[in-house]
Design a protein around this ligand. Structure first.
Ligand code: WCA
Length: 398
């Protein structure tokens, strides 16, 4: 069969989606294991790890917990699991196999809970999903969580799966960025993004280096359906994904990291992270807006809505300070941090869900959130994922 160059180009353009990809539905879930209020966390953590004699460490963790801006977190880990696996407390003992056995089953199940909510809201059958992008730092095994999630949801055998491992806290941003590219370049594609994180792979008794991580991270999963036009009857874009960029801050590899070891995953968060992000976010935003709307675009940061990964309270404070944001601008991020802590890659999906809820509420009161917004997620690299969002205005009743 002969095809001319022009026919090839035409056929390629017919394979592309219409307009920017959009978020069509969102679901979130947390494990039912344990909900720990942050002001009880230190006592509980030191009791179960038999570390009450480490009084200086305990005092320090109390100081840290008090400053996190977190009120409670959800965990799969509980005392029963710890009784069965006392080796989880001691980083020197081999425990990776046992940890991976647990999370290999639980991470896809948690993702399934979030995905079922997203698919129900989307209103189409799960078999209409063409692509799956799964992000987690908790899996170290193949076939991995993406395949298990596809089976749990009954996705079609031809679904194109991608797993993003160890992207940490920018995993959700990266997965959404990839989903946008997939949806825009494959007409009719419907991409399920799933991010699922269970801290059990990182849990250990308190020591001089792990207090901030133990005080900050929680378990959760987020799922998003992404697609570009043409839209089917009943599909309703919540956020158009106008443009997406990724930036790595040069020379900052040392600042955030994860290391898979025999005793579980160790992570490292340098004290300079909030400052480094503060020095770089504005340029990332300017670059993203220029790529979306042209070089002479004039943006007033307070005219936008904001979906920022709440990596930690000082990160939000720093971004608010450098962009001179009004106090309520980061409230969706602060609320997610308060209610769940930092769930790494899944957190940004919770923030989008919270914004969507606020938009609905504001709309019901006759006010509307701004039409344009910015989403940002950060993680090892230091990597910054930035996405410019736009909310289409739907006539009432649609
Ligand atoms: C709640 C903190 C810990 C303290 O609040 P603060 O306003 O800085 O308060 P202070 O300045 O009074 O600090 C309280 C204590 O915490 C200590 N501290 C203050 N940051 C630190 C510090 N990064 N180290 C180790 N001590 C510290 C600080 O030295 C001090 O110790 P002390 O004087 O003995 O009371 C706050 O700094 C905070 O949330 N920091 C974390 C920010 C952060 O890097 N977040 C991660 C962003 S990236 C991301 O989300 C995920 C990456 C990730 C990576 C790997 C994974 O597996 C998964 C995910």
């Amino acid at each position: 069969m002969a095809m001319t160059r022009a026919q090839g180009q035409e056929s390629r353009s017919m394979q592309q989606g219409e307009g920017p990809a959009a978020v069509l539905a969102i679901g979130t879930a947390n494990p039912s294991g344990a909900i720990v209020p942050q002001d009880e966390f230190t006592d509980q953590f030191f009791r179960v790890s038999k570390s009450d004699h480490c009084t200086a460490l305990k005092e320090k963790l109390k100081r840290i917990c008090h400053k996190t801006g977190i009120e409670k977190r959800h965990f799969h880990m509980n005392e029963e699991i710890l009784r069965a696996h006392p080796e989880f407390l001691d980083r020197e003992l081999p425990s990776l196999d046992a940890r991976v056995d647990i999370v290999a089953a639980e991470v896809p199940k948690l993702a399934e809970s979030a995905a079922v909510k997203a698919i129900t809201e989307w209103g189409r059958p799960a078999t209409d999903i063409t692509h799956l992008v799964f992000s987690t730092y908790s899996g170290c095994r193949a076939p991995s969580a993406d395949l298990q999630l596809a089976s749990l949801l009954g996705l079609r055998p031809t679904v194109c799966r991608t797993i993003l491992s160890l992207h940490g806290c920018y995993g959700g941003g990266r997965a959404l960025h990839l989903a946008k590219e997939l949806a825009e370049n494959n007409r009719g594609a419907r991409v399920l993004v799933a991010c699922s994180e269970i801290t059990l792979v990182c849990f250990s008794a308190p020591d001089g280096s792990n207090l901030v991580g133990q005080a900050l991270f929680g378990d959760g999963a987020g799922a998003v359906i992404v697609g570009a036009g043409p839209f089917a009857a009943g599909e309703r874009p919540l956020f158009e994904m106008v443009t997406a960029t990724q930036t790595t801050i040069p020379g900052t590899e040392y600042a955030l990291g994860m290391q898979v070891a025999g005793g579980g995953i160790d992570f490292h968060l340098a004290i300079q992270v909030p400052m480094l992000l503060g020095q770089n976010v504005e340029q990332c935003l300017l670059d993203a807006f220029r790529s979306a709307l042209g070089d002479d675009v004039d943006v007033t940061w307070n005219d936008l809505f904001w979906a920022v990964h709440p990596g930690g309270r000082p990160i939000l404070d720093k971004i608010e300070e450098v962009l001179k944001l009004e106090p309520m601008k980061l409230e969706a991020s602060r609320r997610v941090l308060r209610e769940y802590g930092n769930m790494s890659g899944a957190t940004i999906v919770f923030v989008l869900d919270e914004l969507r809820r606020r938009m609905q509420e504001e709309g019901d009161h006759g006010n509307q959130l701004p039409e344009w917004g910015a989403m940002m997620a950060f993680g090892p690299g230091i990597t910054i994922e930035t996405m410019i969002l736009h909310t289409p205005r739907h006539p009432k009743g649609n």
